[in-house]
Write a protein that binds this ligand. Structure first.
Ligand SMILES: Cc1ncc(COP(=O)(O)O)c(C=O)c1O
Length: 401
């Protein structure tokens, strides 16, 4: 008999799509893949070199559980200079990717049965990670007219005496929405009043096209104390496969995370840590160039979408995704269980373009497109989306066309 846990975890929709894309490609089909959440850039050269150098210096033995000191120092400096958050060395724990940092944090602050609040749409793994640690994910409805951003009023409706943690992604995956300081304060004050921890996932913080990004922990000393800031190198430094992320939290939580990490993985791969260290210290220009390119693509994709009928979208101010509202098409599309899943399946089968169903993020009227790819791919993908939507609207008696 295997663990009950396995029967409540849903396999990752995005991983399922990647597998299907691989199968189709292997069978000789040319697929445009707009489903990926992975930068199409390489790790900056200086960062790579730092990893190679560490290997040549035989930096390959067990090391400190929370991560090498020079990396944590560099992270503290970054958090202070760029985010106005003053963390000390013993408040930083480096982990094998943000995923690992989030799971460590969940293990450190929740008990079985505790409720974890997730504003919809939420990143696919939060709910499953919450279930893995035997806590209870509580999806919260948000308002489409407010770009699905959480507000203090919405938050209040979901708080019970079991609520332990709120997970907030800023900038958001899948919408790209970025919270203002006032919006964050509104949410954080409710959490303070109700003794709720905040896990602020800021992994897309660097990929932000406005100057208004504010770190949750920068708001006040009290808010910083209840906040676990999550960040990493996968998105900002194109280091998805290097597997490096970190948490910044108060000393008590950081100590708890360290105790857990010490038993589960000891510490993240040392070579990866040296790569991350140089990415922070020496590669600012490379990272800024990537963001300029994402911004150029965001502008392109938005103007293309503006020329299409029957769709709306959330204007992305960060990350490299666009969340597209297909509710106008829904009534004209034959589906049995999930509109977005079946829409994406048919789109892939008929037009050879992979995108992610909104259901993966808890909202079935939407699909997510990633523009972390060549511009000719996402422009062609959008042409085909336009064709597919036209086919659906024309073939249906309810057609609005
Ligand atoms: C919001 C969010 N948090 C965390 C992660 C995981 O990051 P990592 O690859 O560093 O584990 C992702 C990856 O897609 C993400 O979108």
């Amino acid at each position: 008999m295997l663990s009950n846990r396995l029967s409540i975890i849903t396999p990752s929709v995005t991983v399922g799509i990647s597998t299907k894309v691989k199968e189709l490609k292997d069978s000789g089909k040319k697929i445009i893949n707009l489903s990926i959440g992975e930068p199409d850039f390489n790790v900056p050269e200086k960062a790579k070199y730092s990893g190679i150098e560490s290997l040549n210096n035989d930096e390959t033995k067990y090391n400190l559980v929370p991560g090498i000191t020079i990396l944590r120092e560099e992270i503290c400096k970054k958090l202070l200079d760029e985010n106005n958050c003053d963390y000390s060395l013993d408040e930083i724990v480096v982990s094998s990717g943000a995923k690992n940092a989030i799971t460590n944090a969940l293990l450190a602050v929740t008990d079985p049965g505790d409720e974890v609040l997730l504003p919809k749409p939420y990143w696919v793994s939060y709910s499953e990670m919450t279930k893995i640690v035997n806590a209870i994910p509580v999806p919260m409805n948000t308002d489409k007219s407010n770009d699905f951003k959480l507000t203090g009023d919405i938050l209040k409706k979901y708080i019970t005496n079991k609520t332990k943690l709120l997970i907030l992604t800023n900038p958001s995956n899948p919408t790209g929405a970025v919270y203002t300081k006032e919006e964050l304060l509104d949410i954080a004050n409710i959490c303070l009043e109700n003794n709720i921890y905040i896990l602020s996932d800021e992994i897309y913080e660097k990929i932000c096209y406005t100057d208004k990004f504010v770190s949750m922990a920068s708001l006040s000393k009290e808010i910083k104390d209840i906040t676990i800031t999550i960040n990493g190198f996968a998105k900002s430094a194109a280091m998805t496969g290097i597997r490096l992320g970190y948490s910044a939290s108060n000393k008590e939580i950081a100590k708890g995370i360290c105790a857990i990490q010490g038993h589960l993985v000891s510490h993240p791969c040392l070579t990866s840590q040296y790569i991350g260290y140089a990415a922070l210290r020496d590669c600012k220009k490379d990272l800024d160039n990537m963001v300029d390119i994402y911004k150029y693509r965001r502008d392109l994709i938005v103007s293309k979408l503006d020329s299409m009928t029957n769709i709306r979208y959330i204007y992305p101010e960060g990350a490299f995704y666009i969340f597209i509202d297909l509710s106008k098409i829904k009534d004209n599309f034959n589906f049995s269980e999930s509109f977005s899943v079946e829409f994406c399946e048919e789109f892939l089968n008929k037009h050879n373009v992979a995108i992610v169903p909104g259901l993966a993020f808890g909202i079935d009227d939407y699909v997510r497109i990633s523009y972390a790819c060549d511009e000719k791919d996402f422009l062609e993908g959008l042409n085909r989306l336009n064709d597919f939507i036209s086919e659906i609207m024309v073939s249906c008696p309810n057609s609005a066309l």
